[in-house]
Each structure stands twice: as structure tokens, then as C-alpha cells.
Ligand binder design. Structure first.
Ligand code: SF4
Length: 440
């Protein structure tokens, strides 16, 4: 009998994790079994990320490791590296059999069949995104407390450093009906929190058959009406799509969590211009001020690129000033990584790598200090709203949950119901997590 087992490895962002779940469900519908173990699988799917050079390189070393032990496995390289590198992949690694862009996952079973019949390498990197969502098969398995739902894909912004507009194509918004249907199904299967996903999630714009236009604010309102939903988040947002309606919604919709990931990338106007971010520091500050006006307890996190070509020490100091002003929580920061084909790759870059590393350390230390200060503010206090996600496998007396700010909270308790929102007495913390017991 034909071996139809697979293993999938996901790299990069939450959108890739979400896509990997969908790929798994498409394969299962075709009779494949998810082994969860690379050595037992006949088909191995690498769902790749091309945002940084390191992530793109890692996939090739992982493929090398797998095929060194057994080169009879079928290897599918899918996702953003597939889209960006196309048939170049077959030259880079002869063990890759199938290359599939992020918009055509539904074609994977057919491509595998054809490949197995003819042993001829297969490639598809077309942008046929509307079909992709039609093929999102409903799986019936129980779901975690927090689930992702993709509402939007692609990007029209063309930031100078970013490959997404090339790998994921133009902005596309999924139909409101399919988003609501998927959210309902996830809630029926145990989810309490829905995280709406998109490369430019707040650019969501969908006109239904009655010509009603839904932006992200209207969509969030619709999702929040679903029975038994406790929390809604959305990521990743672009500052230019933070309109007043959405800002005000943070103050009026109780299910929308008071924590927003709003990447700024740099605190220098010069660098923002070179990055083609299309806003300046004052405009960004105005958005965060308005958010805090309408939702006084809101907290904001960000992404930062350090050492963008031409970044001077003064530019970097401006970034530190902005961090001080907004007091970002739980941010991500990286040294600029040149991506082939982007505008930034053509800008000459004279800052030594060591200097960039130094700047990154300074920024990360500052972000960590702010985060620690924030977490300490919860110590010896009772917080009312920790959503319990699971029980520790290694120590059943510990449960894991998240606060409204997405802080990981480790709870010592004999018994807690997964999916409940409970009050916790916070005893200790570090810059990443809070630790406590149930507050009675
Ligand atoms: S808005 Fe985000 S996804 Fe779009 S080009 Fe800029 S960084 Fe990339």
C-alpha cells in the first residue's frame, strides 16, 4: 500500500503557521497522515519564510540534514522562499521535488501525484489567491484556546527592505462570510480567542454581494458578536491604516484586547523615508497618543530594524527617543537583512556589522528594561483576566495562560478549566513572563 504520511515544518510568522495548518488539513483530506516525526514521513513539506536571509538559508540546511539520512522522501518546498527563488531552488538543492508558492497550496496533492507518477520535478508559483481560500478545508479536530484566522494577504506598500509584496502579491481581502464561518467553527471546537491575521491586516477591505463594504473595524464588530468568543486580537498592522474608526474601536469594543502590535521600524524621519514607510515620527506618535486617549490602558509593541543602510548614530538615537516616548512592550528587533530584489539592497551601506550589533544590543536592553518594569508593576497584585490556554506536560501543577497584554502567565494550581478567564495573584516575574497562583 502507498505510504501517505507527511511531516510539515513551518518557518517565520504566524501567517505561515496558519498556512501550515491549512496545508496539513488539505493533505489529510487527500488521505495523508501527519506523523509529527520527520524520520517516519514519506512527504516532507518545508513552509518557508524569506523575510530575513538567515531564515531562508536555514531551510536548505534542514533539507540537507533530512535527505542525507534518506533521499527517497518526497520534498516539497513551499511558501515565500518558493515564490522568491522559483526554479532556482532545484539548482540550489537537487533533493527538492516540488516548489509551490504561498497562493496555491490547494494544488499540492495533485502536484505530488503527478510527481510520483512521472518523477518529474513540479513547480507552481502563480498568484491565484481567491482559489486558495475556496479550498480551505474544514477540519473537525479540537482547537486550542487561541486560534488564528487569516483575513487578508499580500501588500501594496512596498517598504524598501521587504519582500512580501513580491512573495505574497497585492493586497487581497477574504470574504466576510468565510471569515465568520471559520471563526464560528473554531469557537465550536474550543477556541476562545481569535487572532485575525494579515500581512497588512488593518488594510482589510471587502465588499459583499449587497455592496456592503467591510473594513477591519466592521469585521471585528461582526466577529465579536459570535457566541462564546472572549477575546479578539489582530496583527500585523501598518500605521497608515490605523484610521480613527479603528482607534476608537479599541475604546468601545470590550472583546478587542488592549494590546496592539504596530511596527514603526525606526524613530528617524530620514530612515523612515528611505524605508518608504510613508509616515513620519510625529504621525506615528499621534496614532499612539490617540489610542491611549480612547483606550487609556492600551499597550503597544513594535518591530525595529537596526542598521538600515545609511542609519547614523543620530538616527539610532532618535529610535531610542521614540522607544522612551511610547514605552513599547514585547517588541521584536533585528539587524537589517538585505533581501535580493528590494530597493534597499541597492542603497550603499557603510555601517560596520559590529556597530550594528552594538546598536541592537543597546536597543534590546532598553526594550527589555521597559518590559521588566511593566511586568514588575503586576507583582504582588491580583490580575483578573488570565485566559488559561493549557496545562504543563512536565509539571501538571502548572497551567499556562495569557494576560490581556499577551504576557505569558504561569499559574500554580491543582485544577483550572482550560479556556476560562480567571483571576491570578502575581508573585514573581521576569521580563518575559509572570508567575502566580489563583486568587480566590
Ligand atoms: S507594509 Fe509590511 S508587508 Fe508590506 S512591504 Fe512594508 S513591511 Fe512588508
Amino acid at each position: 500500500m502507498e505510504n501517505k504520511s507527511f511531516f510539515i515544518k513551518s518557518y517565520g510568522c504566524q501567517m505561515n503557521e496558519y498556512d501550515s495548518e491549512k496545508i496539513a488539513s488539505i493533505l489529510q483530506k487527500d488521505g495523508y497522515m501527519n506523523t509529527g516525526d520527520v524520520s517516519n514521513a514519506d512527504l516532507i513539506v518545508f513552509n518557508t519564510c524569506n523575510i530575513r536571509e538567515k531564515a531562508a538559508q536555514k531551510v536548505y540546511s534542514d533539507i540537507g540534514r533530512v535527505t542525507k539520512k534518506d533521499d527517497s522522501k518526497t520534498i516539497a518546498l513551499v511558501g515565500c522562499v518558493a515564490q522568491a527563488e522559483n526554479d532556482e531552488i532545484f539548482r540550489k538543492n537537487k533533493n527538492v521535488d516540488i516548489v509551490l508558492g504561498p497562493q496555491s497550496y490547494h494544488l499540492l496533492p495533485k502536484m505530488i501525484d503527478v510527481y510520483k507518477k512521472n518523477k518529474e520535478k513540479k513547480i507552481n508559483t502563480e498568484f491565484i489567491i481567491n482559489e486558495k481560500f475556496d479550498f480551505v478545508h474544514e477540519d473537525k479536530s479540537p482547537k486550542g484556546v487561541s486560534s488564528y484566522v487569516t483575513i487578508q494577504e499580500g501588500c501594496d506598500k512596498f517598504c524598501a527592505f521587504c519582500v512580501v509584496p513580491f512573495t505574497r502579491g497585492p493586497e487581497y481581502s477574504r470574504s466576510i462570510k468565510s471569515i465568520i464561518d471559520e471563526s464560528k467553527s473554531l469557537i465550536d471546537r474550543g477556541s476562545k480567542e481569535i487572532v485575525l491575521l494579515g500581512q497588512n491586516v488593518n488594510a482589510y477591505n471587502y465588499k459583499d454581494e449587497k455592496n456592503i463594504v467591510y473594513n477591519i473595524s466592521k469585521l471585528i464588530d461582526e466577529v465579536s458578536k459570535l457566541d462564546n468568543i472572549k477575546r479578539i486580537r489582530y496583527t500585523t498592522s501598518h500605521p497608515n491604516n490605523m484610521d480613527l474608526e479603528l482607534i476608537k474601536l479599541h475604546g468601545s469594543n470590550e472583546k478587542l484586547m488592549p494590546f496592539l502590535h504596530l511596527p514603526v521600524q525606526s524613530g528617524s524621519n530620514e530612515i523612515l523615508k528611505k524605508m518608504n514607510r510613508k509616515y513620519n515620527v510625529d504621525e506615528y506618535k499621534k496614532i499612539t497618543d490617540q489610542l491611549k486617549f480612547y483606550k487609556p490602558n492600551i499597550e503597544i509593541s513594535s518591530d525595529f530594524i537596526v542598521g538600515f543602510p545609511g542609519e547614523t548614530n543620530n538616527d539610532f538615537e532618535s529610535t531610542l527617543d521614540l522607544v522612551e516616548y511610547v514605552k513599547f512592550k514585547q517588541s521584536y528587533s533585528f539587524i537589517y537583512s538585505e533581501r535580493p530584489g528590494t530597493k534597499a539592497a541597492k542603497i550603499s551601506d557603510h555601517t560596520p556589522k559590529d556597530e550594528k550589533k552594538l546598536r541592537l544590543n543597546v536597543l534590546q536592553k532598553k526594550l527589555e528594561d521597559i518590559q521588566l518594569e511593566f511586568n514588575k508593576s503586576f507583582c504582588n497584585k491580583n490580575i483578573t483576566n488570565v485566559l488559561i490556554e493549557n496545562q504543563s506536560q512536565s509539571n501538571p501543577e502548572y497551567f499556562f495562560g495569557r494576560s490581556i497584554y499577551s504576557q505569558p502567565v504561569y499559574v500554580r494550581a491543582k485544577r483550572v478549566s482550560i479556556g476560562d478567564v480567571i483571576p491570578i495573584s502575581i508573585e514573581t516575574c521576569n521580563h518575559k513572563s509572570l508567575y502566580g497562583t489563583i486568587f480566590h
